[in-house]
Design a protein around this ligand. Structure first.
Ligand SMILES: Cc1cc2nc3c(=O)[nH]c(=O)nc-3n(C[C@H](O)[C@H](O)[C@H](O)COP(=O)(O)OP(=O)(O)OC[C@H]3O[C@@H](n4cnc5c(N)ncnc54)[C@H](O)[C@@H]3O)c2cc1C
Length: 734
């Protein structure tokens, strides 16, 4: 896995970014309005090589790859570049590949002439809106099975006053003089590649626009006060920005992912391009609107720059037409028979593969399940504690497969980070991602770090052998999200032992476990997070009562009561009143995962149902609407994947981490829920049934998804973390 650019790419991006910061400042962008074209900047940008990056070296270009061009476009979006950059990059490449236009090409690369592209076949649509058409002396177009260069005279280049003051023109290309650049399958394929490249580049540019708009909004919300506080402290302001940050970052990585797909020749690559373009048009459109709203009335004034982002985010993609067409296109590419020619990717250091060690451990886990798990056992698998099977648990421990996150010093395998991720993914793939193993692993690590010899001998050994499991006793009736407000009391007895009194809510697995990891109040007279201590409490001890609490997810949890429960001091973990520090040790097991695996399984079930169900005399999956909705779920799944990959890579490589784990969790749980709802609708009324098979599974996903936005920290708490750590907004929780 790799999210790091090559050194050359970093250098290239930095040098373009520096240039654009100076030459495409918002002052310059405003000065270039209303034509939307800054000729001086354009020439200097060309001198820097910006316009030649996709032209092969033998044609006088830099011969760089798609990712390089996407990086350039992100910077151009961030700085609202005043010129038709995406159109120029693809036109220049086409001119070079099709040949015969050396003079025009060299003038385009020097920034002395502009060439643009017509995105639709002019045989069918002879009159078209052309980005950069107001300044372009030539437009490359497809005309049936021919690719032509249309010469646009000064009189035909009539600038259209437009939403975002871009150099847009509506041109009657069909009636202007044109010369043929090529004919037949190859030429048409090369043209199609250029259009696909344009989609990716516009997607990247929009990600840049969206990210910068969110940055401006966050900065404003951190200094504007109303009602005596910074407006960024209102969650109604900060939370939508946090959601949009996930979407905008996700959009940028969708472009990178599509490039990786193209480089790998992946069958989904064509759909990945359409989805990247559609997603970024949507995400940037919403991000800039929310950003503008953050400025209140000032956002409407031309004094502030935010309106520039707002308008450009619309202008860039809409030249193609309604972005929903791109989603429908993705649907046809995923579920219909549409094929498309894709551009050459070039160098792409971005990699989502976890590597050979990861594959090996996943194969070992899969083989374990093959050998040890019967179909009857499988029938009882469940994503919750309900799926716990003591026999499988013990055998996994014996095979040293139960605790992939634990180090060698604990007698475990000490897997490298990506192998750990693969192991957890493999359990999920098998449908055996029981929290019993994950919590046992976390409790084991805490006991190993902070426990007494007695606790290690008595409890740790049993956890490690897979003979016992432990529950988590954090939540209480009065404190859930505000976990450090716990009131369950631990009082020191004269003989040094502890007496536990109180109630824990949602103590999942307490009916199956031998122990509970408890967060108890040991000092009520200090700030809440300073008066907590962690203990291990045996659930069979006198004074413990366990009562079931049932959920509509077929998942039992419990309320546990502790009435004068006595435990020795040796069952304490960490310092007295140091509970928060002890608890944070478990954070190093953070997986940064999210819910992609179950989302993928849900989408597969929906696809299967859409193939089986008939609508209007044909399989549902053949309808445009079903294809679009499935494609939208696919997009959410891919963004969930890339956000999780980034979080995992950041943790594994110890890179600066700006709430990437919370972003992966928030985004995937929320989309799991919206997609579960939509796919349930799409396949109704069959989806209402709990019968075994895809309908029953969809039905279960709909119920499961609700919980994912609550446990492990609610979506609201995650939004706050993202707002604070990734957008640097002020804290909203006491
Ligand atoms: C099936 C299930 C299993 C669970 N298992 C366990 C377990 O094993 N061990 C354990 O300790 N806990 C467990 N939990 C508890 C879980 O962690 C909590 O439910 C969760 O942290 C939320 O707490 P709460 O339910 O008290 O809701 P609250 O914290 O009361 O939240 C109610 C609503 O208010 C919102 N809210 C709260 N604070 C803020 C804020 N600062 N800003 C904005 N909105 C806010 C929340 O997002 C939520 O929408 C489980 C829960 C469930 C449902």
């Amino acid at each position: 896995m790799n999210f790091e650019l090559s050194e050359e790419q970093e250098l290239m991006r930095d040098s373009f970014a520096r240039f654009l910061d100076e030459q495409s400042s918002t002052v310059r962008v405003r000065a270039a309005m209303p034509s939307g074209f800054d000729a001086k900047m354009w020439r200097e940008f060309a001198e820097l090589g910006a316009l030649s990056i996709r032209v092969p070296e033998d044609a006088g270009g830099l011969g760089l790859g798609l990712l390089d061009a996407a990086l350039l476009m992100e910077e151009a979006g961030r700085t609202l570049v005043s010129g038709p950059l995406a159109e120029t990059l693809v036109s220049a490449r086409l001119l070079a590949l099709l040949g015969g236009q050396d003079d025009l090409l060299s003038r385009v690369l020097a920034g002395q002439a502009v060439a643009s592209i017509a995105l639709h076949d002019i045989a069918q649509q002879p009159l078209q809106w052309i980005a950069g058409g107001a300044v372009a002396e030539a437009v490359i177009a497809r005309k049936g099975d021919e690719v032509v260069l249309v010469a646009v005279g000064a009189d035909d280049r009539r600038a259209e006053e437009n939403l975002a003051s871009t150099p847009l023109a509506e041109i009657a290309l069909g009636s202007l003089p044109a010369i043929s650049l090529g004919q037949g399958t190859q030429a048409v394929a090369q043209f199609a590649q250029a259009v696909e490249e344009w989609k990716l580049l516009i997607g990247a540019g929009l990600a840049g626009i969206g990210r910068e708009a969110l940055k401006l909004a966050a900065a404003y919300a951190s200094q504007r006060k109303q009602f005596g506080q910074f407006i960024g402290q209102f969650q109604a302001i900060s939370h939508p920005l946090a959601d949009l940050l996930c979407e905008v970052d996700g959009g940028k990585f969708l472009v990178w992912r599509a490039i990786r797909n193209i480089a790998d020749g992946a069958p989904e690559a064509g759909a990945a391009v359409s989805i990247a373009a559609w997603w970024n048009a949507e995400a940037a459109g919403r991000a800039v609107a929310q950003a503008l709203h953050t400025f209140g009335g000032y956002g409407l004034t031309t004094e502030y720059d935010i309106f520039l982002y707002n308008l450009r985010a619309k202008a860039w993609p809409l030249v193609f037409g309604d972005p929903q067409l791109l989603l429908a296109e993705a649907g046809r590419r995923l579920y219909g028979s549409e094929k498309v020619a894709l551009p050459e990717a070039g160098d792409c250091p971005i990699e989502f593969d976890l590597g050979d060690d990861a594959r090996a451990i996943a194969a070992e886990i899969n083989a374990f399940f093959e050998k040890n798990v019967t179909p009857q056992m499988r029938e009882k698998f469940h994503y919750s504690w309900e799926g716990y099977n003591p026999e499988i648990h013990r055998k996994l421990a014996q095979a040293k497969l139960l605790f992939p996150g634990l180090p060698k010093e604990m007698g475990e395998r000490g897997l490298a980070p990506y192998a750990k991720i693969a192991a957890m993914d493999a359990f999920e793939h098998q449908g055996y991602n029981t929290p019993a193993a994950n919590v046992a692993q976390m409790v084991a690590l805490i006991i190993h770090r902070f426990g007494s010899d007695e606790l290690r001998k008595e409890v740790l050994s049993k956890l490690m052998a897979g003979e016992a499991i432990a529950s988590l006793g954090y939540s209480e009736p009065g404190s859930g999200s505000d976990v450090f407000a716990a009131q369950c009391k631990a009082t020191r007895e004269p003989d040094g032992s502890w007496r536990i009194d109180g109630t824990k809510m949602f103590t999942s697995g307490a009916n199956l476990a031998s122990y509970v990891l408890m967060l108890c109040r040991t000092n009520p007279d200090v700030p809440k997070h300073k008066g907590l201590t962690m203990f291990i409490v045996p659930l069979k001890a006198e004074g413990v009562t366990i009562q079931p609490v049932y959920t509509f997810q077929d998942e039992r949890t419990n309320i546990t009561f502790y009435d004068g429960v006595r435990i020795p001091d040796s069952w304490r973990l960490g310092e007295v009143d140091g509970g928060v520090r002890t608890m944070s040790a478990s954070l190093e097991l953070e997986h940064g995962g999210g819910f992609s695996k179950v989302m993928r399984a849900m989408l597969k079930a929906a696809e299967q149902l859409c193939r089986e169900l008939q609508r209007d005399g044909k399989p549902l999956i053949e309808s445009t609407s079903a294809q679009s909705r499935l494609a939208r779920s696919m997009a959410n799944l891919w963004v969930s994947d890339v956000l999780a990959f980034r979080a995992q890579w950041t943790i594994a490589e110890k890179k600066p981490n700006h709430a990437f784990g919370p972003m992966a969790k928030l985004f995937s749980s929320e989309k799991f829920l919206t997609d579960a709802r939509d796919l349930l609708d799409l396949t109704a009324p069959h989806s209402l049934s709990k019968r075994t098979g895809p309908a029953g599974f969809l039905n279960q996903c709909y119920r499961h998804a609700q919980g994912t936005t609550i446990y492990g920290g609610t979506s609201e708490v995650h939004r706050s973390m993202i707002a604070e750590r990734a957008l640097e907004l002020p804290r909203t929780r006491a």
